[in-house]
Design a protein around this ligand. Structure first.
Ligand code: GLA
Length: 732
């Protein structure tokens, strides 16, 4: 890993063993992009990659007569000069103009990586990462722009973010400040996004790139179930195992925009950042604004290669604290078992059965506080409901701990029901504009987390509940989109900051709780998977993936989630049948075989299943305990897509390639077919792998394939709906 500055040609080359990222100071002083992709040799001068010729009717950067930004690739383009593509930022100056010219002033290269104050970000030690900050200055206004880059030693990844600093005397207003722009020299790519809605999150969608712009966004306040802040561009012949692809992942949990702009000269511009429609940030003299981070990854090893880079980077350089790289506790959550209708006794019965099954953690979901007996009341009143918990959280935690289980509970700190003591005392703490009835979502309003006093108040209430009780886990939910976003008492000119400040408030509350209770495992949740993003993983290393716990639908949701997020982050539980959301009855074996490629747990009352099923649950938990390190942290491969076939197959391989687990699932049977055959991946070609009583070399399994016959799979068949199995490979 290195960052080279070629002083004479004013070119930077960031590289490690896998990738090169090259850029330069253009003739007008702005930064231009030269190359991003597979590692190439360094040279003093890459200017052959620029375009320096006159073209009819093209505007040039005077006094140059042959240089136009439009015909060259940019690092962080504005609008108003000679680049007519989609701009990465917009600064409005005192005189009303929006024309900038950010000229290179200086740069810093250093070992390691700076923190982003108040924001989630990847991190790396001096040995693991190297950073570059390029400082540019707008010639007229003295507005400074810092473009930051980090390259990691062992990952084909560049992280980027920017900072604006007002060094001039006059106020500047930022109307747009995206985090990264990546200009590519051709448009022979397909765009992949992960779209959905509540209960059908992160479904991969491929779109053709044609001249013009295409984009995805969230303006819901959170990153959303509808579009995920992660995109891929891939060559049309790239598949899971081979070919080029570039990913952009936003380490942020609020409104976002991700766009591709294909211009008429063959340039493809990728952009990602905070959504400009809900952003207006005034910068007084001396003030600065730092954007969140974007993680850009490159692969020539197919989509599995790209995903594996994100998985490893996020496990090793984003997740922090006690739970980093730790196998996750097997939990039982009472939500689908009881909803809010429970007593301490009924909870203890459920927990006792969970313990008997082998679970390690009991999670008390919604309904334990205030007047919370349905979703019309109580949110905001973070005080135990003593009808349900006579001895408070502490008392219940003690009882659960006595059984030999850890204990955790659910919160939704950003919200308030109109019917709550908190709202009655502080109606001005909820978002609303005067003269309009604010929209409701699940009968609740959104608290104004852009205000420190609101965040601090909620923190104090939660602190009271957690402190003294033995709490191992917290599920942090967020169950509605933001509407009517107006911060009471905040000056008019700062209302455009509120969406972003809200997210900063969420991060601040997380940070305060983590500082006070560093061992608690946080699981983020937002009506299931509506805020499943890299920003959240910095605070909560796992996320409830979806409220849809149907085994078959979960295959699709977890498969889609795996493109951008590690298996260790995917909250996955076995729930009761017929499934709440789909009405489908899928065998418990199938449900378990899907959930074990995730954090694993149960979301039902085990007292209500048959004796036979209970034995199966005990077996599942035993299996999970033996294999969770491999399942959650092994190298994950998608093998057969449930979006293209009636089957699904995926696998994990241990780092030393001696162990692997393959999950195979039939979603819809195909009658009268021969035994299926799956080509495995990631094995050592020369190792002999035992599968049940058979043994095969790695090259056989990867090239000829694993035959899904009775000897290899025990009882899997493609001829029966919801048949599934986990095949264990061992080369010891
Ligand atoms: C959301 C979550 C569920 C559950 C309920 C509680 O819908 O996604 O898992 O916690 O809230 O109200």
């Amino acid at each position: 890993m290195n960052i080279i500055w070629h002083e004479k040609t004013k070119q930077f080359h960031l590289y490690n063993d896998e990738i090169s990222y090259i850029m330069y100071v253009q003739p007008n002083g702005e930064m231009g992009q030269l190359y991003f992709g597979s590692r190439i040799h360094d040279r003093d001068d890459f200017s052959y990659l620029t375009y320096r010729r006159m073209k009819p009717m093209v505007a040039v950067e005077a006094p140059e007569e042959d240089f136009s930004m439009e015909l060259n690739r940019q690092e962080y383009p504005g609008f108003g000069g000679t680049d007519f593509g989609m701009n990465a930022y917009e600064a409005v100056y005192e005189d009303g103009s929006t024309v900038s010219n950010f000229k290179y002033a200086s740069h810093r290269i250093f070992a390691g990586k700076d923190k982003l104050e108040g924001l989630p970000a990847t991190y790396g030690s001096d040995e693991e990462a190297m950073s570059l900050v390029i400082i540019l200055e707008d010639t007229r206004s003295k507005l400074q722009l810092e473009l930051s880059y980090t390259i990691f030693q062992n990952y084909p990844v560049i992280t980027r973010n920017v900072k604006f600093i007002n060094q001039g005397d006059d106020e500047v207003i930022l109307n747009k400040a995206l985090s990264a722009c990546l200009d590519l020299p051709d448009q022979e790519y397909e765009w992949m996004q992960f779209s959905g809605a509540w209960a059908r999150e992160r479904i991969p969608v491929v779109r053709k790139i044609v001249p013009g712009t295409l984009s995805i966004e969230s303006k819901r306040g959170g990153s959303s179930a509808n579009q995920n802040p992660f995109i891929i561009v891939k060559r049309s012949n790239t598949d899971e195992f081979a070919g080029e692809a570039i990913g952009m992942s936003f380490v942020y949990s609020g409104n976002f925009l991700a766009a591709a702009d294909a211009d008429t000269y063959g340039r493809l511009r990728l952009l990602m950042g905070i959504h400009p429609d809900t952003f207006r940030w005034p910068l007084q003299k001396g003030a600065s604004f730092t954007t969140p981070e974007v993680v850009i990854a490159y692969t020539d090893k197919g989509l599995n290669g790209l995903s594996q880079s994100y998985h490893a980077l996020y496990n090793n350089h984003l997740v922090r604290g006690k739970w980093k790289n730790r196998p996750r506790p097997i939990l039982l959550n009472n939500w689908e078992a009881t909803f809010m209708d429970f007593t301490q006794e009924s909870i203890i019965k459920i927990a006792a059965k969970a313990k008997e099954a082998g679970a390690e953690l009991f999670v008390l979901d919604d309904g334990w506080f205030g007047a919370r007996n349905d979703d019309y009341a109580g949110l905001g009143d973070w005080v135990e409901n003593t009808d349900k918990l006579p001895n408070g959280m502490k008392g219940l935690a003690e009882k659960i701990n006595e059984m030999g289980l850890e204990f955790g509970f659910w919160i939704e700190p950003e919200m308030v029901n109109p019917d709550s003591d908190l709202y009655r005392a502080h109606p001005d703490w909820a978002f609303a504009v005067k003269g309009k009835t604010p929209a409701l979502g699940r009968h609740q309003y959104v608290l104004d987390f852009s205000k420190d006093e609101v965040v601090d108040y909620i923190y104090d209430m939660l602190y009271q509940v957690i402190d003294g009780a033995n709490i191992a886990y917290i599920k942090w939910d967020m169950n509605r989109a933001l509407t009517d976003v107006f911060s009471n008492g905040t000056p008019a000119e700062l209302q455009g900051c509120v969406y972003h400040k809200y997210v900063l408030g969420v991060y601040r509350l997380y940070e305060k709780l983590i500082a006070a209770f560093p061992d608690i495992l946080f699981e983020s949740c937002s009506s299931g998977g509506s805020r499943f993003d890299a920003g959240m993983l910095y605070y909560a290393p796992q996320a409830w993936c979806s409220d849809n716990t149907d085994g078959v639908d979960r295959v699709l949701i977890q498969y889609g989630s795996s493109y951008g997020y590690p298996i260790s982050s995917i909250g996955a539980h076995v729930s009761a049948v017929p499934n709440q959301q789909t009405g489908r009855t899928v065998p418990i074996a199938f449900r378990g075989n899907v959930a074990c490629f995730g954090t694993f747990g149960y979301e039902l009352d085990l007292n209500h299943i048959s004796e036979e099923e209970f034995c199966e649950v005990q077996e599942q938990i035993k299996f999970m305990k033996e294999n969770r390190q491999l399942l959650q942290y092994g190298k994950f491969y998608r093998l057969v897509s449930p979006f293209e076939t009636d089957q699904n197959a995926w696998m994990v391989v241990s780092e030393d390639q001696t162990k692997a687990l393959v999950g195979v699932y039939t979603m819809r049977s195909n009658v009268n077919e021969l035994d299926g055959r799956i080509r495995l991946a990631g094995l050592d070609r020369n190792k002999l792998y035992n599968i049940n009583s058979c043994a095969y070399y790695g090259d056989e399994l990867m090239c000829a394939g694993l035959v899904l016959n009775a000897e290899n799979t025990r009882n899997y068949t493609m001829e029966q709906d919801y048949s599934s199995c986990i095949i264990r490979l061992s080369a010891e």
